[in-house]
Design a protein around this ligand. Structure first.
Ligand SMILES: Cc1cc2nc3c(=O)[nH]c(=O)nc-3n(C[C@H](O)[C@H](O)[C@H](O)COP(=O)(O)OP(=O)(O)OC[C@H]3O[C@@H](n4cnc5c(N)ncnc54)[C@H](O)[C@@H]3O)c2cc1C
Length: 427
């Protein structure tokens, strides 16, 4: 095992973990993209902290009983130990290097931590292309560039896959007769990129992007210097700016029906919004929930006619027109309420529900880039037909681009064009 890491079996847990003063354990699995994303960080950190903390790896499937006993339900999961006692955070999923370091620092104490931090040397990596964003646009661009033998690094603060990874079923991506689970589609895209030689910096902190020098700093120590950059950072849900929204995000308020609707079997749900996504998602939620109330600011829906008809004909769905949410409250585990205001009268009332879904549009992820990129009135990046932005050597692709239709196929198309155009300039 590389670095200062020891792979152990469950039988050795007592001697190699509990009997040690300080230890960290990585429960990993095979064919697990987040485990792969963690592996290089774990190895690098073992070089820094490995003389003071025992770095252990345990294959989760081979140690099921131990994993269950420790309530390890996902891979990877990192557990931290001091004198045989669990301490610190339990980290799992797309684990950030900074989160691991915070826990390791707590194990060794602040004085030792400061000393060990001096061991971290800045790294400079050169590449032909950096792709910011590992969704369908970025992964497709990566596949084309790597096949053209151009060194390509995809940087993503999350795990690769973008929105597709959290989409329940995708039925409109060509090549598959039956609907495909989104996570599988994105998994295959990521594996294809990797097989072609694309490098990943996944689940990293993107500290700085300098579009002039085409330098991207990640995880505080690595600066990747590229000849071209493709921005494929997608978009995120538009916030409502209502009290309680931030507090209960992911904890009562959801932005993804495909991810969370299944938790509302026979429960009551409020959907905020009245455009295409709100109505389509309300119809999806109706497969699970017993009652859905759509709260919409206008006196009519803005979704396509077919979806509107389905909503009007669905006995589970009611619509509260000309109302806006004013406050979200949580009263128990699955007990939420929304204070809504009737816009005409200003009258407020409290609606009780089990969960809230917000679908009021998206905003492009461009905050990392300063104000040098030319954008449209909604902040989406303007490009020419070859996905070039106004800045030399900087391309954009996918949902972050100013365009009318945002789908996986259109993202994939943009990624293709950006990669071919960038590749030609690098010939
Ligand atoms: C709920 C839902 C369901 C959908 N269902 C379908 C469907 O069935 N069919 C269909 O065709 N389309 C569907 N779409 C639309 C489709 O998912 C998007 O059009 C597509 O994912 C866009 O791809 P992208 O690569 O441009 O962006 P994304 O998929 O959004 O990926 C962007 C990536 O960039 C990363 N990123 C963000 N900021 C930074 C940064 N500063 N630096 C580096 N990386 C960054 C993100 O972490 C993310 O991984 C759906 C969308 C949603 C929200």
């Amino acid at each position: 095992m590389a670095g200062k890491i020891k792979e152990i079996k469950a039988e050795e847990y007592q001697t190699e973990v509990l009997n040690k003063e300080l230890a960290v354990v990585d429960f990993y699995s095979t064919e697990c993209p987040p485990c792969e994303a963690l592996a290089s960080k774990y190895e690098a950190l073992s070089q820094i902290y490995g003389d003071d903390i025992h770095f252990i790896k345990i294959f989760r499937q081979g140690s099921r009983e131990l994993a269950e006993k420790l309530d390890v339900t996902g891979s990877p999961t990192l557990l931290f130990y001091k004198n045989g006692e669990l301490t610190g955070d339990k980290l799992s999923g797309g684990v950030l290097r900074s989160d691991i370091m915070r826990n390791l620092d707590e194990l060794v104490g602040s004085v030792k931590a400061a000393e060990l931090h001096k061991k971290i040397k800045p790294v400079e990596t050169e590449t032909d292309v950096v792709i910011l964003g590992g969704g369908p646009a970025g992964l497709t661009a990566g596949i084309y560039l790597a096949q053209a033998h151009l060194k390509t690094i995809i940087v993503d603060p999350a795990l690769p896959g973008g929105y597709v990874a959290t989409t329940h079923m995708v039925s409109n991506y060509p090549g598959f007769i039956d609907p495909q689970p989104g996570f599988m589609l994105s998994h295959f895209m990521g594996e294809q990129a990797k097989a072609n030689g694309v490098e990943f910096r996944a689940a990293v902190e993107v500290n700085n992007v300098d579009l002039d020098c085409k330098c991207v700093k990640v995880d505080g120590f690595e600066t990747i210097k590229a000849r071209k950059i493709i921005v494929a950072t997608g978009s995120k849900p538009r916030p409502l700016g209502v009290p309680g929204e931030v507090e209960y995000r992911g904890n009562g308020i959801s932005y993804c029906a495909t991810c969370d609707a299944k938790y509302f079997d026979n429960k009551e749900v409020i959907v905020i919004g009245g455009g295409n996504s709100a109505i389509e998602e309300a119809l999806f939620i109706a497969k699970f929930a017993s009652k859905i109330t759509i709260v919409h600011q206008f006196d009519h829906l803005q979704a396509n006619k077919e979806a509107q008809e389905k909503v009007f004909n669905n006995p589970k769905i009611n619509i509260l027109f000309e109302h806006e949410p004013r406050e979200f409250k949580k009263n128990g585990t699955m007990d939420m309420s929304v204070m809504v205001e009737e816009l005409k009268t200003g009258k407020k009332k409290e609606l009780k529900t089990n969960g809230i879904f917000v679908f009021v549009g998206f905003i492009p992820n461009i905050e990392t880039f300063g104000d040098k990129l030319k954008v449209d009135q909604w902040g989406y990046i303007e490009t020419d037909l070859e996905m070039r932005t106004n800045l030399d050597g900087i391309y954009a692709a996918g949902d972050v681009v100013s365009k009318r239709y945002r789908q996986i196929t259109t993202a994939v198309s943009d990624g293709t064009i950006a990669a071919i155009a960038a590749g030609k300039e690098l010939e």
